[in-house]
Design a protein around this ligand. Structure first.
Ligand code: HEC
Ligand code: HEC
Length: 245
């Protein structure tokens, strides 16, 4: 049984022992719901990998997250942290906890040299078909993605496909009675929005009635794709991208 637990340490919630050091088994359905909450409320600052941006720290290495069990640390932290949502339900916090735990284990697993992610199990022809249907509008195998397989190892290629690097987000704010102001999004939450215009000047608004915010995130489609991909789609796409030497 112990050997089995070691072998299947990644997926075997069955083997979790009680006690303070027992790992929190990940419920995949809860993690999927938590991902949605994360995409809506946390990704802007903590990033698509939950590994931080200029606006917020790395949550994968956060002690709060590492100590958390089913929201035990995360819930109280969200109440205390400045500018954080305080009105998430307990169920949403538990789901977020599953999602963040999943990110922590995923990151640990992929750092582990003896456990390379097996990303080349897909079918390149199926990946090519998927690419033509869903990716062609923005990418081209002979244009921006030409030679991409030569630039990255397969596991990094998969990371980049799932979590492309952050790009500046274009935003326009229309406040009643003032000309619209456009620029690069600095920060947005339920209460304020701020941007830096082309001249480098910083602007900030309270999000009250009459203040309209229009956002164009070049990666918004990629955030949606995270919800659409099946594991097979991802493996097929990576196998296809691997042919673009
Ligand atoms: C507007 C940007 C922003 C958003 C949105 C945001 N955070 Fe944060 N978060 C921060 C910043 C900045 C800190 C560091 C604050 C501090 O230490 O005082 C932080 C800290 C944290 C910490 C503590 C990390 C540690 O180890 O100290 C946790 C946990 C956390 N955030 C979770 C979340 C979750 C979950 C969400 C979504 C529900 C979220 N945050 C949304 C900016 C943000
Ligand atoms: C609506 C436009 C859009 C669609 C659709 C789209 N992407 Fe992207 N993708 C982007 C943008 C923007 C970037 C960031 C580009 C950059 O890093 O220069 C990106 C980045 C990437 C990267 C990382 C490239 C690098 O050099 O790091 C990969 C790989 C990728 N996309 C693959 C795909 C695949 C496969 C699909 C279809 C399943 C897809 N994308 C669909 C817009 C799109």
């Amino acid at each position: 049984m112990r050997a089995l637990c070691l072998l299947f340490a990644i997926s075997a919630s069955l083997c979790a022992q009680p006690g303070p050091r027992a790992r929190q088994p990940i419920d995949p359905a809860a993690a999927a719901r938590g991902k949605k909450t994360y995409l809506q409320y946390c990704i802007n600052c903590h990033g698509s990998l939950a590994q931080g941006t200029e606006q917020g720290p790395d949550l994968v290495r956060s002690v709060v997250v590492l100590r958390d069990k089913l929201g035990s640390a995360l819930g109280p932290a969200l109440q205390k942290l400045p500018n954080h949502k305080t009105d998430l339900t307990q169920a949403q916090i538990v789901d977020l906890s599953h999602f963040l735990r999943d990110r922590v284990e995923y990151t640990a697993m992929n750092r582990h040299a003896s456990r390379p992610p097996n990303v080349l199990t897909g079918n390149a022809a199926a990946g090519k078909e998927y690419f033509s249907a869903k990716c062609n509008e923005c990418h081209s195998p002979t244009g921006d993605l030409a030679g991409i397989a030569g630039k990255f190892q397969p596991d990094e290629l998969q990371q980049r496909l799932l979590f492309p690097r952050r790009k500046p987000i274009a935003v326009t704010v229309r406040a009643l009675g003032a000309p619209p102001v456009s620029g690069t999004l600095e920060r947005i939450d339920d209460f304020t929005v701020s941007l830096r215009d082309a001249g480098g000047e910083f602007h900030s608004w309270k999000r009250v009635a009459g203040v309209e915010v229009e956002i164009k995130d070049p990666l918004s489609r990629h955030h949606e794709l995270l919800d659409e991909f099946t594991d097979a789609d991802i493996h097929n796409l990576v196998a296809y991208l691997e042919t673009l030497k």
